[in-house]
Design a protein around this ligand. Structure first.
Ligand SMILES: NC(=O)c1ccc[n+]([C@@H]2O[C@H](COP(=O)([O-])OP(=O)(O)OC[C@H]3O[C@@H](n4cnc5c(N)ncnc54)[C@H](O)[C@@H]3O)[C@@H](O)[C@H]2O)c1
Length: 329
C-alpha cells in the first residue's frame, strides 16, 4: 500500500495521458492509470513503463461500475479518456456520445461516490469554441459545435458543470488548445507531416493549410493539468491551456520541413479536408486565467517543441509504429 497521494488518470494509455502520468510519477504521486481494455493486453503508450508507484488498470469508461471502483481512494482524478479524432466523429458519432458524454457522466458519478476526492479535472478542448468570433479566445467565448466531436465535448463539459452546481462536486474543466509532441497519433497534422517526410516522401499529402492553431507542446499541456490540479479555489471553473500565439498550418509545415532539412511540396488530399462549415478556421487562446491563477507559462516555443517532436518521430523504432503512407483518421 503506497503512502503517496493516489491520483487517477483516465486515457493514461494515450498521447497526453501518458505524458501526464510520467509527470505525476516524477512529482511523487501514486498513479492509477486507466488504459482502454483490449484483447491484446496492450497498455498503449504505457506499455513497458515500469515504476513502483504506477498501477495500471484495463477497462472502459463506458462501464459505470468500473468508474466507481477506480475512483475509490483517489484524491485527484484527471479524466482524459475520450474519442478525439474529428474526422472519425463524422462516421461514428454514436460511439463519441457513448465514450465522451456517457463516459464522463460515469466518471462524475464515480467521483461523487468517492469520499477521498479533492478534485476531478475534466478534459475539454478548444474545439468547443469553433472558429474564433473574437481573439484571443477566453473561457467566456461562445460555444460552437462544428463537429460531432466538439458537440460531445460541449455536452460532457455541461454535465461536469452541472455536477458542480447541483452536488458541489469539486470539478474543474481543463481546456487544452492543440497539443503536439512525441507519441501523438498520426491523425493529427504535425505527426502526419513528420512521418511522411521521415519516410522519404517528397510530395506531402495535406488537408486545408489556411486555418490557424495555437499549438501547445505536450509537456507544457501536462504541466497545465498539474497546475490546475494544484490551484486554489477553482472549483466550477473552466481554464484554457494555450500559448497565446497562432500559426497557420502552412507555416507550421514549412517550419517542419526546414527543421528536417528537406525540400518537399504539398498536395491537397480531399480525404483530409473537413466539410467547409465544420472546419475551425481560427484558434488563438487566451491563457491569462491559467497564468494568473497558477503562474503557468509555456516552456517551449513552437520551434523547440517541433525539434523535440521530430527527434522522437525520426527514431527508427518510433517511426516503425506509424503508417506514413495511409490517412489515419
Ligand atoms: N491532442 C490534442 O490536441 C487535444 C487538444 C485538446 C483536448 N484534448 C483532449 O485531451 C484528451 C487526451 O487526448 P489525446 O490527444 O491524448 O488523445 P489519445 O487518443 O491519444 O488519448 C485518448 C485515450 O483515451 C482512451 N480511450 C478511448 N475510449 C476509451 C474508453 N471508452 N474507455 C477508456 N479509455 C478510452 C484511448 O485508449 C486513448 O489512449 C482527450 O480528452 C482530448 O479530447 C486533446
Amino acid at each position: 500500500m503506497s503512502t503517496k497521494p493516489t491520483v487517477l488518470v483516465t486515457g493514461a494509455d494515450g498521447f497526453i495521458g501518458s505524458h501526464l502520468t510520467e509527470l505525476l510519477l516524477n512529482e511523487g504521486y501514486h498513479v492509477r492509470a486507466l488504459c482502454l481494455y483490449n484483447s491484446f493486453g496492450s497498455l498503449g503508450w504505457l506499455e513497458g513503463v515500469s515504476h513502483p508507484e504506477l498501477e495500471t488498470i484495463s477497462g472502459d469508461v463506458r462501464d459505470p461500475d468500473l468508474c466507481r471502483q477506480i475512483s475509490d481512494g483517489c484524491e485527484i482524478i484527471f479524466h482524459l479518456a475520450a474519442l478525439i479524432a474529428i474526422p472519425y466523429s463524422y462516421v461514428a458519432p454514436d460511439s463519441y456520445v457513448d465514450t465522451n458524454i456517457r463516459g464522463t457522466l460515469n466518471m462524475l458519478q464515480g467521483a461523487r461516490a468517492n469520499k477521498s476526492l479533492k478534485r476531478i479535472i475534466i478534459t475539454s478542448t478548444s474545439e468547443v469554441y469553433g472558429t474564433a468570433l473574437t481573439v484571443p479566445i477566453a473561457e467566456t467565448h461562445p460555444r460552437q459545435p462544428q463537429s460531432p466531436y466538439s458537440a460531445t465535448k460541449i455536452g460532457a463539459d455541461a454535465l461536469a458543470l452541472s455536477f458542480h452546481a447541483a452536488f458541489d462536486l469539486p470539478v474543474v474543466i481543463a481546456r487544452p488548445f492543440n497539443t503536439f509532441g512525441p507519441r501523438q497519433s498520426a491523425r493529427a497534422i504535425i505527426p502526419t507531416i513528420i512521418t511522411q517526410i521521415a519516410s522519404g516522401a517528397t510530395e506531402i499529402k495535406v488537408g486545408d493549410l489556411t486555418p490557424t492553431r495555437d499549438f501547445n507542446y505536450v509537456e507544457d499541456t501536462a504541466r497545465g493539468f498539474l497546475a490546475i490540479a494544484r490551484a486554489n479555489d477553482v472549483e466550477g471553473q473552466e481554464i484554457n491551456i494555450a500559448t497565446g500565439s497562432e500559426v497557420t498550418m502552412a507555416k507550421t509545415l514549412d517550419t517542419i520541413a526546414t527543421l528536417m532539412g528537406k525540400e518537399v511540396s504539398w498536395v491537397t488530399d480531399p480525404a483530409r479536408l473537413r466539410p467547409s462549415k465544420s472546419e475551425v478556421r481560427r484558434l488563438l487562446g487566451d491563457s491569462s486565467k491559467l497564468r494568473e491563477l497558477t503562474g503557468w507559462a509555456p516552456k517551449y516555443s513552437l520551434e523547440d517543441g517541433l525539434r523535440k517532436t521530430i527527434e522522437w518521430f525520426t527514431e527508427p523504432a518510433n517511426l516503425a509504429r506509424y503508417k506514413a503512407d495511409i490517412y489515419n483518421r
